[in-house]
Write a protein that binds this ligand. Structure first.
Ligand SMILES: *Cc1c(COP(=O)(O)O)cnc(C)c1O
Length: 385
């Protein structure tokens, strides 16, 4: 069995067909009919009026934050439990990230902590340019509350839905929340364009501004004329072709990820001290990654022991994101914490969850976990005696 990854790209005949069509059409630049069609399909899928296809999710965060007013002298609230891109984009704008803890149950921005942070930052005289909420592992943040809190505070909300395409919350699709939302199509995400991302919004002006900034802020004249600093952040037409094919298969790929989660749930049913993360109330999730939480006291084994056992059989696993406030690069950054992200990082382990995993590979991974558990149970029985 060759190495089994956490989440590798799932590419088939349709992707090949559309990429070849894009190449043969002559549109290989970062503009063209595939880019337009991909944007239309994304906006439709996410219930938004506008989508702008960009070179990465990070680029989408960067431009959205610039347009929402993040800049020197402002702060932006960032969930500490996220991938570093969310925080990096704030720094690109010259703003200061302020990290806020998550709920232990789903790992997403804790609304109560958000309120506390907003109040306290206000009191200290900070200008909060934006709040970012992240849909961790494809489970939407608590937008019902977060949207209301941001509206009350008069602060724009940016939804980082990089991991959540296809998920839903309260009857609305991921990507439809906030003043703007972003998606990522990196190699390991639910759908992939090898690299890519998008900005989603209902605000036509915002969409136009982001489109303009992403093409070197070029004025619409024949000669190259620039009045602002721009960026080279547009998605190529060939990669957009890949995106269209992937989006057509999104539901099928989510169903596949869900079956993997159900398989893991079966393996861990009745295993003391182990919970499948976000499993309760995951009907609307896209199941991007399935992770487990291991309480070493009750389970009598540690998360890292399982990670090591699987790695010896060439199976990739990964702890949950190391919280931003623990990252050396953000040492000393202001943070509002309760220890939840720290605990999740200490006990969480993401398991192979990619839709390209074959039934044989999925069964192989479950078998390895079962024999690991069998060995531990044995050892536990001996200790009991
Ligand atoms: C992947 C990811 C990003 C960045 O997307 P790229 O396309 O890799 O730039 C941002 N935020 C979160 C939460 C992500 O998981």
């Amino acid at each position: 069995m060759s190495r089994i990854y956490l989440s590798s790209p799932d590419i088939g005949a349709r992707e090949e067909e559309l990429c070849v069509a894009a190449l043969r059409s002559g549109w290989v630049a970062p503009l063209g009919p595939m880019v337009d069609a991909f944007e239309e399909a994304l906006a439709h899928r996410c219930g938004r009026r506008h989508a702008v296809a960009l070179s990465s999710g990070t680029a989408a965060l960067h431009l959205a934050l610039l347009e929402l007013g993040a800049g020197p002298g402002t702060v932006v609230i960032v969930p500490t439990m996220t991938f570093v891109a969310t925080a990096n984009a704030v720094v690109y704008c010259g703003a200061t990230p302020v990290f806020v803890d998550c709920d232990f149950i789903d790992g997403n921005l804790d609304p109560e902590m958000l309120e506390e942070a907003l109040l306290s930052l206000r009191r200290e005289g900070h200008h909060v340019a934006a709040v970012i909420a992240v849909d961790l592992l494809g489970h939407c943040a608590n937008y019902a509350r977060i949207e209301a809190i941001c509206a009350d505070a008069g602060v724009p909300l940016l939804a980082d839905a990089a991991e959540a395409l296809g998920a839903r919350h309260g009857g609305r699709p991921a990507g439809s929340f906030g003043s703007a939302a972003i998606l990522s199509f990196n190699g390991n995400k639910v759908i992939s364009t090898s690299g890519g991302g998008a900005l989603l919004t209902d605000d036509e002006r915002l969409a136009e501004r982001v489109r303009y900034l992403s093409t070197q802020a070029r004025e619409p004249v024949a000669h190259y004329e620039h009045t602002e600093i721009g960026y080279n952040y547009r998605l190529s037409n060939i990669l957009a072709a890949l995106g269209i094919a992937q989006l057509e298969r999104l539901d099928e790929m989510i169903a596949r990820r869900r079956r993997l989660r159900e398989g893991y749930s079966g393996v861990f049913t009745g295993v003391e001290g182990v919970d499948v993360f976000q499993r309760d109330g995951d009907a609307d999730d896209n199941c991007w990654l399935t992770a487990i939480l291991v309480d070493p006291v009750t389970a009598r084994w540690k998360r890292d022991e399982l990670a090591t056992a699987l790695s010896l059989s060439d199976v990739e696993t990964r702890p949950l994101w190391k919280p931003m406030h623990q990252q050396p690069v953000f040492a000393g950054a202001p943070a509002f914490l309760r220890g939840n992200a720290d605990r999740l990082f200490a006990v969480g382990l993401a398991l192979p969850s990619g839709s390209a995993l074959s039934d044989a590979e999925a069964g192989y991974v479950r078998g390895l976990i079962e024999s690991f558990l069998f060995d531990r149970a044995d050892r536990g029985a001996l200790i009991d005696v």
